[in-house]
Each structure stands twice: as C-alpha cells, then as structure tokens.
Design a protein around this ligand. Structure first.
Ligand code: ZN
Length: 406
C-alpha cells in the first residue's frame, strides 16, 4: 500500500487555513469571495509547479490533471473550498487538499498510472452567498438550469455570473467533468457528525446520502396591542407556531428508525415586543435514507390541523431530495483499501448533502468520511486529527491508484 506524507498534509491544511481566517477563530470564505479566489489561486499555483495541467470550466470548477500513460478517461477526486460564515477549516477544504496531496505523492514518488488522475474544486458548494447549495455540480448533472443559476444574486446584488467573470473563473464548457473524461469520482470529507468519533473508527465508507424534505410552515394570526388585548381575545401566531413545533417534535420523534428533523429558520412578523405576532413562518428540515420513513414524515406534516389557537396554518413543501446510493463497486473498492491500510472502516450514510451525490447521477461516485472531533462542523471548533486526515488521504490515494491502473 502507498502512503501520502503527513508533514505535507499538515503544511497544506495550515497554509490554506489562512484564506478566510476570521476574527472569531473560524473561516469565512464564501464562494468567489477574495479568500475563495486566493485559495483557488494557491491551488492552481501548486498544481502548475507539480507539472499538472490545470483547467477551469464554465461554472468555475477547477481541474488539475496528472496524465496517464494512455489517453483514456480516469478517476477524479475533489471537494469545495468555499465555507459557511464562521465555519471551520476542514469542511470541503480537506477533500481538495487530499486530492492535491494524492497528486503530489504521485508526482514526487514517480507513480505512473494507465489512466489520468484529476483533482476538482467545485464552485459554491455551500450555497451561502448564492443559493442553492451544490450549485455547480448541480448544473453539470442537469439538476439546475445554467442561465437561472448565473442570474442568482448575492445580498449585495452581485450575480453569480458577474462574480464568476470578475474572479476570472469563467472557463470553457468543454473542460467540464463528464463520463467522456472521467470514470469515477471520489470525495473525502469530514463526517460532520459524531458517529465515527464516538465509535473510534477512523474511516467512514459512505454508501449514500440520505433523502430530505424541507417544508415552510406558517401560522396566520392577528396583530394587536401587547397591553390592550386580553389574553382570551388573541390570535397569536407565535403561540400557534410553537404548539405545532412541540407537536411535531413529539410525533416525528415517535417514528421508528429515527429520522432527524430541525426547525432551523423562523420569521416572526412584525417582530416587535409591543405587538402580538401576526404571522410566523418556520422551516422544517427532515432527513432519512429510507423512503418509507420519509413518507411517514410527510404523513405527519400533512395530518397537522388547519387551525391552531385561532390561527390559520399553512404547510408548504419548499423542496425535497431523494436518497442517493453511491456506486456499490466503488464503495466496495474504498472499503477494501481502508481494510488493507488497517483502518477500521464503517459503512454509513451521509446526513449532509455533497457534490458527490449529484455526480453519482452521471458517473460512479463514492465518499470517504473521517471523524469530526465531538461531531462538530460548520463552526470554528470544527476539527479532525491529523492522523485521521492522513488515513483518509491514504485510502483515497490507494483507491484512486487501483482505478487508474498500472
Ligand atoms: Zn462540505
């Protein structure tokens, strides 16, 4: 089995962690912002120095290719370098630096392969600056319309298309990852949950990404004076919404098999301390890999009452996504290489979404997870031990070498 360099990986993680380092000790690196562009430029500089061919497609996705001995399609690895606001240095970035370290190991150790091996940086995975998430892999795999996506504006009114042009990231459509140039896609990522950390296993062999639904639930009441309106005369939308949330916690929590659900966003109007809330909307995000369990989640939502505490209720599906199953042969190849490296490899599903799940629709794809300390992610304390990172990169290297062939 081949090994990558722990020292080189540590240097990469520290060096790239400068881009977007914020005052709160985390990383703020929105898609196509200055720190995102700086990280991309550094990636390109290092790849060019290693003698790799670097290209960019029309969605700003960057590719670095190490040619094989034959002119064939080959495996690709990658992830994203954009981050959430005050996120950590491992989400996405680890997968990109892992891909870079794999290519660097191949160059420095003189490992030649029959097929070419590529590294990919996907543009705007987080969808924080320009919604939706996984925007560019979504366009490449036909999930989103390119023109509509280019027109999406950030909070300052800058469109995604303008940001691509301004950042010099609008490349050629022919450079896109596709079945024409790629045989398999692998993504190393932090787990972003506590399963591996708590079980002490160092590698997650990801079989798929769980399906999810997202609802917007609204309560419509009546505004009134906080002092002048007797309690019995109110139609308080926040009271109704809170009752529905508690009711959903109860009912969804009783569904066997454990779907996860979150009420992460809430809007209250007019949101003034002297006014009875007239309208409250909140989000419900629910996820599970089993479509039958997701159906039961939807049944619970659809059975909610039309009126609560005198307020009219509305339940609207914002969007939903089916579970993705990764390519079984590729998943088995990851497991075999994890075992051969002596890493305890656990089969698991991803709760968070990843570019790999869209790529699976056009190419065989799979993911490798490494433990998140205390399960933390999307925060400044996000961390994975260097040994676990290195194990993940070694599994990636050996899996890719097996696919690329001698
Ligand atoms: Zn990520």
């Amino acid at each position: 089995m081949r090994r990558t360099s722990k020292e080189r990986l540590a240097e990469k993680l520290a060096f790239f962690g400068r881009f977007g380092a914020d005052a709160r000790g985390g990383i703020t690196r929105p898609a196509l912002s200055l720190p995102d562009l700086e990280a991309r430029a550094e990636f390109r500089r290092r790849c060019t120095e290693l003698g790799l061919e670097v290209t960019c497609d029309d969605m700003g996705n960057i590719y670095a290719v190490r040619q094989g001995t034959e002119n064939l399609p080959g495996p690709a690895m990658g992830s994203h370098v954009d981050s959430v606001v005050n996120g950590g240095n491992y989400d996405g970035m680890l997968g990109v630096l892992a891909a870079l370290e794999v290519l660097e190991t191949m160059v420095r150790d003189g490992i030649s392969t029959r097929r070419p091996v590529s590294a990919v940086i996907w543009t705007n995975e987080e969808g924080v600056r320009f919604p939706p998430a996984m925007m560019s892999s979504g366009v490449l795999t036909g999930k989103f319309d390119k023109a509509a996506v280019l027109a999406v504006k950030d909070a300052d009114g800058v469109s995604f298309g303008e940001a691509l042009r301004a950042g010099g990231m609008q490349g050629d459509i022919t450079a896109r990852l596709s079945p024409r140039n790629c045989t398999a896609y692998l993504e190393l990522h932090i787990e972003q949950g506590p399963v591996l950390y708590e079980s002490g296993e160092s590698i997650g062999v990801v079989q798929g990404v769980v399906g999810m639904c997202n609802y917007t639930i609204s309560a419509f009441g009546r505004a009134g004076h906080a002092g002048g309106t007797p309690m019995g005369r109110r139609r308080d939308a926040l009271y109704a919404a809170s009752k529905v949330i508690c009711d959903l916690y109860d009912k969804l929590g009783r569904i066997g098999g454990g779907p996860v659900f979150t009420f992460g966003h809430i809007e209250c109007r007019p949101n003034m301390h002297t006014i009875i809330p007239a309208e409250v909307s909140f989000s419900l995000d629910a996820r599970h890999r089993d479509p039958d369990i997701m159906r039961r989640v939807v049944e619970v939502i659809e059975a909610l009452p039309a009126e609560v505490e005198g307020c009219r209720m509305e339940y609207r599906e914002a969007w939903s996504r089916k579970s993705t199953l990764f390519d079984p042969a590729l998943v088995a190849c990851v497991k075999k290489n994890a075992d051969a490296l002596g890493c305890a490899g656990r089969f698991m599903y991803s709760g968070p979404g990843h570019d790999a799940q869209y790529v699976q629709d056009m190419l065989p794809a799979a993911m490798i997870f490494v433990p998140s300390i205390d399960g933390l992610s999307h925060c400044a304390d996000e961390k994975t031990s260097l040994d676990d990172c290195r194990n993940g990169v070694d599994v990636l290297l050996n899996t890719v070498l097996e696919i690329a062939g001698k």
